[in-house]
Write a protein that binds this ligand. Structure first.
Ligand SMILES: C[S@@+](CC[C@H](N)C(=O)[O-])C[C@H]1O[C@@H](n2cnc3c(N)ncnc32)[C@H](O)[C@@H]1O
Length: 377
């Protein structure tokens, strides 16, 4: 049976997610904040295990018109909850409402929660205990149309399981992957992150180049569904890896502590030796002789520190120094740089950067600028 599924992502990176899903054989419709697609369980499993860019996947249980709380409860009771929720499993319902008569979020959440409980009632059967983890149900009411979905992911998909040590402003793993997609990076192209912090870009890229599925080391809410198909799951798990592509990757930071943390993250991810690690300021870092014979310039990806999240003193000085270093040592390489304010592209002084993609990173609006590092401004 095919279900409507929604893979979400930070608004701004929907096209990257749609392109990635298409490579996984899933054609969907891009909407604000994600991609809507129809899938049977094996394909849902594949997306969860292998999408690097998605933040979460939900499955639509029902969609109907309702403008009264009792009508809402009646419709919710008729939905196939037994497929997704165990009797007596704890339940968390989160509702949003826009231009709808069901305007009180709390009331919607209470009604839906009670109605799901009613629909799961029945004689108490012997068998395994219900999972302790709550099932998450998401309700969206927009202009009296109600969309009810159940979460298939559990923890956000950015939680790959390798991150323990974080710098002060790590980028989420799925955002890092989305940025690499947006910048057109693919395994095989050399990658350098001169301000690597906890190592997110380098680790994501190295796992990708090794063909390691991002979901290989974690569990998902859909594994706890009463209708979970273990055989189909195992099939997708066994297909989820493979296809290593040799890819030179260099990660550096001026902070020895950051590099130490990044290296222990990389060890947990199983790709430590696929990355060259260096403690260096960006101004001293150069394309290394470590690039192998025949390697062409690749992509410099950089997420410099900025005001709100890190006390940097003078942000424009950081960007000016970075720009100077990039022009001096990295001419001919492509650049993907995150800027909290497009005016900082001025001090960066790299001409021809396109700054189209905007999204939120840890609550801060940022732009992603991509282009070629040439001679000057
Ligand atoms: C926003 S954090 C990068 C976060 C990283 N993308 C992650 O996911 O963890 C910025 C990093 O730049 C480093 N940094 C700041 N100025 C630097 C410089 N001049 N050269 C090298 N690294 C620098 C900081 O130590 C910090 O780890």
């Amino acid at each position: 049976m095919a279900w409507w599924c929604f893979a979400s992502v930070t608004p701004g990176l929907e096209e990257s997610l749609a392109a990635e899903l298409s490579e996984l054989g899933v054609e969907g419709r891009t909407e604000t904040g994600g991609v809507l697609f129809q899938a049977e369980l094996p394909v849902l499993y594949r997306v969860q295990l292998r999408s690097r860019v998605a933040a979460r996947v939900t499955v639509r249980v029902g969609r109907f018109r309702a403008d009264q709380y009792d009508a809402l409860a009646t419709r919710v009771r008729q939905l196939p909850w037994k497929r997704f929720v165990h009797p007596r499993q704890p339940l968390v319902v989160r509702a949003t409402s826009h231009q709808s008569r069901l305007r009180h979020r709390d009331a919607v959440e209470r009604k839906v929660s009670l109605a799901i409980g009613d629909s799961l009632k029945g004689p108490r059967l012997p068998g395994p205990r219900p999972p302790r983890e709550p099932a998450l149900v998401v309700v969206r009411a927009v202009k009296d149309m109600v969309d009810i979905s159940v979460d298939a992911s559990g923890d956000g998909l950015h939680r790959r399981g390798w991150r323990k040590a974080t710098g002060r402003a790590p980028i989420r793993e799925n955002l890092a992957a989305g940025i690499l997609w947006r910048a057109g990076w693919r395994p095989g192209e050399p990658l350098v992150d001169p301000m690597c912090g906890s190592g997110t870009f380098a680790i994501e890229a190295a796992c990708w180049a090794r063909g390691l599925a991002p979901g290989r080391g974690r569990s998902f809410a859909c594994e706890r569904w009463p209708t979970h198909d273990r055989k189909a799951w195992q099939r997708e798990v066994s297909r989820a890896g493979g296809g290593r592509v040799r890819t030179p990757i260099l990660a550096a930071d001026r902070s020895g502590e950051a590099v130490r943390d990044a290296r222990s993250n990389a060890r947990r991810a199983g790709i430590h030796d696929d990355v060259s690690w260096e403690v260096s300021t960006a101004s001293k870092l150069e394309p290394p002789g470590r690039l192998g014979e025949g390697d062409k310039p690749g992509l410099v990806v950089v997420n410099p520190p900025y005001g709100k999240r890190l006390e940097t003193g003078n942000a424009s000085r950081v960007y000016r120094d970075l720009g100077r270093a990039l022009r001096a040592h990295w001419r001919g390489w492509r650049l993907a740089v995150l800027v909290p304010d497009r005016r900082l592209l001025g001090p960066l002084g790299i001409s021809g950067l396109e700054s189209e993609t905007q999204f939120r990173n840890g609550g801060v609006r940022v732009s992603l600028a991509v282009g070629l590092i040439g001679d000057g401004a």
